[in-house]
Write a protein that binds this ligand. Sequence first.
Ligand SMILES: [Fe+2]
Length: 320
Amino acid sequence: MNTSIMAQTKRDGVLAVHSLDEHVFCVPNLDEARAFYTAFGLDVRNHGDGLALYAHNNPQRYARLIKGEKKRLLWLSFGVYAEDYERFVQLIESQGIERIASPDPESPLGLWIRSNDGFPVQIKVAPKSSPSSPSPRVYEPESNGQGRAPASSRAPRVLPLYLSHTLVFTKSVSQSLDFYSGVLGLQLSDSSGEDPMAIAFMHSPHGSDHHLLAFLISDDYGFHHSSWAVNSIDQVGLGMKQMNEAGHTYGWGVGRHVLGSNYFRYTRDPWGSYVEYSYDIDFVAHDIKWPAKNHPPPDSFYLWGPDVPEGFGTNFEAQH
Ligand SMILES: [Fe+2]
């Protein structure tokens, strides 16, 4: 683990969450989930009656999966610095936002509210798990008289380093921007589409990737994908191969996004949402101001890559 990535940077004078500490959702089959995320390269652990997702050699618990009838986003927990917690309590009180009972038996107290879409959101004191420096970039040495690519059989297994971001569906991207900036202090990085806004990306002013949370328009909320950092474009390609060999061939990429600039490969999970291998995403340091812009959709989705596959933007959690 590169410790500089996990440093605890802070922008003074700004009240904001520093991390998406954990995302929690239910799935109908935990055995399938274990096999899927293990194949992806995560450290999947038993946790109570469910599962917990970690990156290898990294103490952060990024996600929990609970058994349910169908896949459904349950709640998001955001991490704040200890010295900011009471200020969040006061902010929520002063805005007249109702506190709700905890849906999490593991965390029965604490600060729980409803998002603009209606699902629970927790604000809690936690170590900063969003990166505090750009993701690592590993280049191979010069060839020095011999070929640099290893034999296929010697390619290393891809083990993502940490969670970069998640993307969730929302009924209103602009209302999500209002909620996550006005209550949680996240800041807009970039957006696309107008009337209605189709997608938006938010970072933490305390330093994070270009987005630690993003929103895609739908007719209900839902979980679209989690994105995990790897340290080379080779790892993105090898990750695709790793998932293909495990039988998970449906996905998108390899390609490169415009907004965020990262190289990607998405693989569809058994429930129609995705995991993403992400390399070289833009980083927004705690001491810079990112110039948020709205971009025309056809010009901002991806720089290169295969055509977007059928159903990529479909919210399978929505009731139709
Ligand atoms: Fe992503």
